[in-house]
Design a protein around this ligand. Sequence first.
Ligand code: ADP
Ligand code: MG
Length: 271
Amino acid sequence: MANTEQFAKAIADKLLDTAPEPSCKLNLPDTADQKPRPLIEMHDIHKSYYIGKPNELEILHGISLEVYPGEFVAIVGESGSGKSTLMNIIGVLDKPTTGQYTLDGVDIHNAADNELAAIRNRKIGFVFQTYNLIGRQSALKNVELPMLYAGVPAGERNRRAKDWLNRVGMGDRMKHQPNELSGGQKQRVAIARAMVNEPALILADEPTGALDSQTSRIVMDLFHEMHEKYHKTIVLITHNPQLAEECQRVLTLRDGLIVGERKGSGKRAAL
Ligand SMILES: Nc1ncnc2c1ncn2[C@@H]1O[C@H](COP(=O)(O)OP(=O)(O)O)[C@@H](O)[C@H]1O
Ligand SMILES: [Mg+2]
């Protein structure tokens, strides 16, 4: 990535580009005893940049992946292996060049742009290494934002934002702006923001990448809480092998391919 900041801003802009869409339904199985369908279903996903140009570059070379509701999955791999590219496709921030992707029963290939925006807004909560909070806006306003785009009335927005800020331990700093918060505090606000629309899926791209180990622990504990208490499906990219081990499944990406898959404990490591 030539300019991470620019890219983060592009993603933030895309996140804001979310029109409310009433037709966004949860795709539950028809009968209770049926095996749930995967929340994420990818088959032979390829992603290329500079398509048709002399410098055309394929980054993902055929990714197939299923993630079931309630799973906590880690993606690990060296820098440049394509983790963020894959995450952006999972989060419908970007489309694959070829391959099939079904998210919660919706075929991404056939979905209209406003449908994709609604999926991002309603079904997915994003957490980034660089927090991507809006500067000169309070923590409270930042957490209210996804609800604004979802058409939630003002009073309800305020109530839910305060509730989530309390749950992540930021109840006493709701009026603070991002530049008045530490990295760990900013990430807690970002997690509250990711949760306010009650999404089925949380996508976190190196959420502890900029944090010291003690603060990383607090943030990882919050992800465990979102998984265990709120039953969120979580896909977490991390460079930290110990944190990856605490997920239920660990996928290793190398040069745009999944080259390994193993079980993790799915639990916070014992002290
Ligand atoms: N928008 C883009 N345009 C061109 N190349 C890109 C773009 N995004 C990522 N890449 C390239 O794709 C490769 C994988 O990047 P990335 O998915 O960010 O890796 P990781 O997150 O594993 O570090 C890198 O070589 C990067 O330069
Ligand atoms: Mg990355």
